[in-house]
Design a binder for this molecule. Structure first.
Ligand SMILES: [Zn+2]
Length: 187
């Protein structure tokens, strides 16, 4: 679908604000390829905090579960992470499609505990953009296509004033996995 109201730059800007407020780091240290864990020392609770700030800013619901957990839930235990807690070939294939071949070090046999270190600012921006892009073309309340934003962060209907509603992050990951499965028949 794709909304054309909030730009990727704007999302990156809001993410930077959230990271700076949460981790007390300098803006100059945050680049698209920056790993929040490896480069900025983020811990799991920090992600909750950063996600919460993004949710408040954009009026969205971020995913609570990572792609790997969704694979296991949808396609069965052991499909993404083997009995030793290591990534399967198929999990790596999915992660490479999702995060891009060149940007990550995902490899079969990688310990699942090493996976969160691969989360970059860019991958978080992409997660937010996916959610924003789930905006329906027409306002569900009045039926007009009149979405607009005064601050380039919050979208509302220019016709009736209704706040934009988006799919939640977990549902979008599941939809995406369903699509990948239909195309590639991995599991
Ligand atoms: Zn409306």
């Amino acid at each position: 679908m794709g909304q054309h109201i909030i730009t990727e730059e704007k999302v990156f800007g809001e993410l930077k604000k959230a990271i700076i407020e949460t981790l007390r780091t300098d803006e100059g240290k945050i680049r698209p390829e920056t790993s929040l864990i490896k480069d900025l020392g983020a811990e799991s609770l920090d992600f909750l905090d950063i996600n919460y700030r993004l949710e408040q800013a954009f009026g969205i619901k971020m995913g609570r579960h990572f792609v790997l957990e969704h694979i296991e839930e949808m396609f069965g235990e052991g499909t993404a992470i083997d009995e030793n807690g290591q990534l399967t070939d198929k999990a790596v294939e999915v992660l490479k499609i999702r995060f891009g071949d060149n940007n990550t070090d995902f490899r079969p046999g990688m310990d699942m505990d090493e996976v969160p270190a691969q989360i970059t600012a860019q991958s978080m921006v992409r997660g937010v953009m996916d959610i924003l892009d789930s905006l329906l073309e027409k306002c569900p309340k009045c039926g007009n296509s009149a979405w607009q934003s005064e601050d380039s962060v919050r979208i509302k209907c220019g016709s009736c004033g209704e706040a934009a509603a988006f799919s939640n992050g977990d549902d979008l990951i599941k939809e995406w996995l369903t699509k990948i499965q239909a195309e590639k028949k991995l599991f």
